[in-house]
Design a protein around this ligand. Structure first.
Ligand SMILES: Cc1ncc(COP(=O)(O)O)c(C=O)c1O
Length: 454
């Protein structure tokens, strides 16, 4: 493995930043206008970028174009939403047809039944309710777990993100010095505005460690309403579950009467038709979905057991929302799930992803980069760590932020649209061609050889 020359990385970063600024002059001007009316010039803080965000104009298939006219192959795909490809004609036709029939009633329509039926088929949970985002899905799931058990404490995995409501804005990306003991992590609030009383009700446990979970449950199991977790972690690159881990989590949560919530906002409808639940064959009490499940429209859902559906049906838990099951969103979701992202498409994603991962791994090996590749279904990444990661503490201590950030700059400057930051992965769409993959590999090759050239 190559020793990374830090001075070289600093010089390359400066050069790529300069190139980025030169390529995105119109984004800079747009930013000047936007920042006068939106903090950081963006609608969501996840879109912040230094020195300015790249403002996009349009997308089609695997491509997006920014306000400077730069064309990119899109591997960001709207934070893992657009597996159907941009401006998908099938989903577009379904939505356009719905527009002519009325777009909102706040009364149930056939679309929500059809989508619930399809989600039941895919994920195996019998009952579904709709929301407008991943945040709402996990918020309602937490309410249902608390309402069904009469308990207040929520367990989550250290280093996982489940949206921006109070019960899960805890120990999301805590800094090293705040972590506390691994077998008894400190509950660290994620940003301001979250009352301490909420933070204290949420406890973190490390991923991939059933013994740590068991010892927490042995101490406080009777107070715990639910464990919310991504079955494969996807917000600190990708960390898959170790063999047997999810099965043991299922056993332990059942033993203590703790409701198991698989947050499949990222994994659902991207890594298999029935997400991680299908792929790893472990059935939770609830599943939360959003992102790729609604064909590029803002929607989400919660799948639940009959027992949990009863506490919603009898009004114990108030699961509400004016736009829940909105006909436009349901039309997009139904078309996306039943006509575009059909079961065979997931096999294609697997194959395409395998080729891209293998290409990246070859470049990593040939250049001696301290990195490895990881992928599931339509999702994959190069992780700039010399060793495999199993949990958040590995991510904090092993991932090379400088290399991750520089790789992002190389990609953007070479026509590959990627999410900023060190924690994301790529998402494939049905529109990605071999030529698109080659473009990714060419950009990555240029990065790897520039970084390691003697
Ligand atoms: C695992 C997970 N859960 C929940 C959310 C929140 O979803 P949303 O941004 O739609 O509120 C996200 C968003 O990235 C996520 O990755």
């Amino acid at each position: 493995m190559e020793e990374i020359d830090r001075k070289r990385i600093a010089a390359l970063t400066e050069a790529q930043q300069e190139l980025f600024r030169n390529r995105t002059g119109s984004s800079a001007l747009t930013f000047e206008r936007a920042v006068k009316v939106m903090p950081n010039g963006v609608p969501s803080s996840f879109q912040v970028n230094d020195p300015w965000p790249v403002y996009l104009e349009r997308g089609r298939g695997s491509r997006v174009w920014d306000v400077d006219g730069n064309e990119y192959v899109d591997f960001h795909n709207g934070f893992g939403v657009m597996c159907i490809g941009h401006a998908n004609p099938v989903v577009g036709a379904a939505v356009k047809a719905r527009i002519d029939e009325g777009t909102h009633f706040a009364a149930p329509t056939d679309g929500s039944i059809a989508v619930a039926e399809e989600l039941k088929r895919r994920f195996g949970l019998p009952q579904w309710r709709f929301t407008n985002s991943g945040t709402e899905s996990t918020m309602d799931a937490v309410h249902i777990a608390r309402g069904a058990t009469g308990r207040d404490t929520i367990l989550k995995i250290e280093g996982s993100y489940h949206g921006h409501h109070d019960s899960v804005m805890v120990s999301v990306y805590p800094p090293l010095e705040a972590l506390g003991a691994r077998d008894d992590p400190v509950s660290v609030p994620y940003g301001g505005g979250v009352p301490t009383a909420f933070t204290d009700l949420t406890r973190a446990v490390p991923f991939n460690d059933p013994d740590a979970l068991e010892s927490v449950l042995a101490k406080i199991g009777e107070q715990v309403a639910g464990l919310i977790m991504e079955p494969a972690m996807m917000n600190i690159n990708i960390i898959p579950p170790e063999p047997g881990y999810l099965e043991r989590v299922r056993e332990l949560t059942s033993q203590y009467g703790v409701k198991l919530i698989f947050d499949e906002v990222k994994t659902g409808c991207t890594i298999a038709a029935g997400g991680a639940t299908q792929l790893f064959d472990v059935l939770p009490d609830m599943i939360t979905l959003a992102k790729a499940s609604c064909g590029g429209y803002p929607g989400g859902s919660i799948g639940m057991s009959e027992e949990l559906a009863a506490v919603v049906a009898d009004g114990t838990v108030k699961q509400y929302g004016t736009f829940n099951g909105n006909p436009l969103v349901m039309a997009a979701a139904e078309a996306a799930l039943t006509e575009v992202l059909t079961d065979d498409v997931y096999e294609r994603f697997e194959g395409t992803n395998r080729r891209l991962l293998a290409g990246c791994q070859e470049i990593v090996d040939a250049n001696g980069l301290p990195a490895y590749t990881q992928g599931l279904g339509a999702k994959g990444c190069v992780i700039f760590s010399p060793d495999r990661m199993y949990e958040y503490r590995d991510y904090l201590t092993k991932v090379d932020d400088e290399l991750s950030s520089l790789a992002w700059l190389y990609h953007m400057n070479h026509g590959i649209f990627m999410t900023p930051g060190t924690e994301e992965e790529w998402t494939l769409s049905i529109a990605h061609s071999d030529e698109d993959l080659q473009r990714y590999l060419d950009a990555f090759e240029t990065f790897a050889s520039d970084v390691t050239r003697a």
